[in-house]
Design a protein around this ligand. Structure first.
Ligand SMILES: Cc1ccc([C@@H]2N[C@@H](C)[C@@H](O)[C@H]2O)cc1
Length: 448
């Protein structure tokens, strides 16, 4: 291995209470909200085909015009209690809110910047009421913070000369001050979700990102921060130059999921997902495919089955309301979660051989394993192969707690014959197992 001063400082996952809690939550809500919701992906009658929150970078959008939008930001229909109730009904256990996206506009009245909500017609802090409402609903809050800041005069993508280096130093102080300010103002938040850390100016100063992470942990012990924050002293990001994960969980899964357990290398990880193909902030015209309830449920269940968290993104409108598609999605997901959430919360990789009908999820630290069926076989019979030294002592449908009698088909294999092959939504079956030798004929018969 290479000697590193600013590489990973920990081998393996965090085991402290704050990280155990983060891991148990499994399902989060991302919220991208800011000035970009005003143009909403359109300007001067033209439609921007990129992600709405990136419209300032569009050649048809003059920087000056974008930078004046704050004068119109007045979310008169903002109702944080309603936002929190919607998230609670959906079954989200944590929420990540954009405090400041790449445009640099702050949703809180930061004392380190003039480009904040205080300068808008709304004037008042938006983060405080949101955090209070979500915490009251029993939902943890994490803060998204973009290092890239298109508004700040000292931001440099790369440092080409002494003047750039001086600006870069001033900018690092600004970042540190804003993050400390957020922790001081919002002491109940559980973590930071960093973004915009790909520019050279950041990548080439691994020491600063390392010190910053340690500074924030010291200010707020237990803080959960993913792998996007840091670079090591060779400019490696997420994984240091020895291939070790930096930060508390792998944070690279943006609009994509790992395929198998091998892809996660034993690390904690989280996937963040958009409802349309690629929109985070509110875009008036969603183009292309809009994901359905069952598609989102499959991504959530697959993530948990591979030991990860899944976060679904919402992009509120400039007035503070949500579009109908997002409201309907939240409600539909919530309906399934109300009945089947036990299979998701506190879920982990089960260690069973993957079958085509769907995913296994083990309730953390127990012998209870859930089968979540997405692909019903025409036979209506689900094949289950038990791992070594595992005996099956009970099988039941989550819906109605109906006991099923699996058929032993030799060695460690069973068929679960379902009474009804019809399924409108993912079907959950609970397997009770015990450690032991599955050396002879179907243990379930004996157990009955
Ligand atoms: C190339 C690229 C840069 C930044 C992003 C930001 N990360 C997501 C979490 C959103 O905030 C998006 O604007 C996405 C793609």
């Amino acid at each position: 291995t290479i000697a590193l001063k600013h590489g990973a400082h920990r081998m393996g996952n965090r085991t402290d209470a704050d990280m155990v809690r983060w891991r148990s939550l499994r399902f989060g809500q991302f919220i991208h909200w800011g000035l970009y919701a005003i143009p909403a992906g359109e300007w001067n009658g033209k439609t921007y085909n990129g992600a709405a929150e990136w419209i300032r970078s569009w050649k048809e959008m003059p920087h000056k015009a974008y930078d004046q939008l704050y004068r119109q930001f007045n979310p008169v229909n903002f109702n944080p209690q309603q936002w929190a109730a919607q998230a609670k009904a959906m079954g989200a256990k944590y929420m990540i809110i954009t405090t400041k996206h790449h445009d640099g506009f702050c949703l809180w009245p930061s004392k380190y910047s003039k480009y904040t909500i205080a300068a808008s017609p709304w004037k008042k802090d938006l983060l405080g009421p949101m955090i209070d409402a979500y915490n009251k609903a029993g939902i943890d809050v994490h803060l998204y913070f973009s290092i890239i800041d298109w508004n700040h005069p000292d931001y440099r993508a790369s440092l080409k000369n002494a003047a750039d280096s001086a600006a870069g130093k001033r900018f690092q102080v600004f970042v540190k001050n804003q993050l400390a300010e957020l922790l001081q103002r919002y002491p109940t938040i559980k973590g930071f979700w960093f973004d915009g850390t790909w520019d050279d100016s950041w990548k080439n100063d691994g020491a600063f990102s390392d010190e910053l992470e340690q500074y924030l942990q010291a200010l707020h012990p237990g803080l959960v921060m993913g792998s996007r924050l840091r670079a090591d002293e060779k400019g490696a990001r997420h994984f240091d130059s020895n291939g070790r994960l930096m930060g508390d969980y792998e944070q690279g899964w943006e609009r994509k999921l790992p395929a198998t357990i091998a892809d996660v290398h034993g690390n904690d990880w989280e996937a963040v997902m958009t409802v349309p193909e690629n929109q985070w902030g509110y875009h008036a015209k969603w183009m292309g495919h809009v994901k359905t309830v069952n598609e989102i449920l499959e991504m959530l269940v697959k993530s948990v089955s591979l030991n990860g968290n899944f976060v679904l993104n919402f992009g509120p409108k400039a007035d503070g309301t949500y579009r109908a598609e997002e409201q309907q999605l939240a409600a539909g997901i919530g309906e399934w979660m109300k009945v089947n959430g036990a299979a998701v919360y506190d879920g982990t990789y089960a260690g069973f051989e993957k079958q085509d009908w769907g995913y296994y999820i083990r309730k953390s630290g127990t012998d209870s394993v859930y089968m979540v069926v997405f692909n019903m076989p025409v036979s209506g019979s689900l094949r289950v192969k038990l791992p070594a030294r595992t005996e099956l002592t009970g099988v039941s449908m989550m819906q109605g707690n109906v006991a099923l009698a699996p058929e032993w088909i030799g060695r460690n294999e069973y068929f679960i014959h379902l009474p009804n092959k019809q399924q409108e939504s993912p079907m959950v079956i609970l397997l009770k197992t015990v450690k032991g030798e599955n050396k002879d004929k179907g243990n379930v018969e004996k157990a009955r």
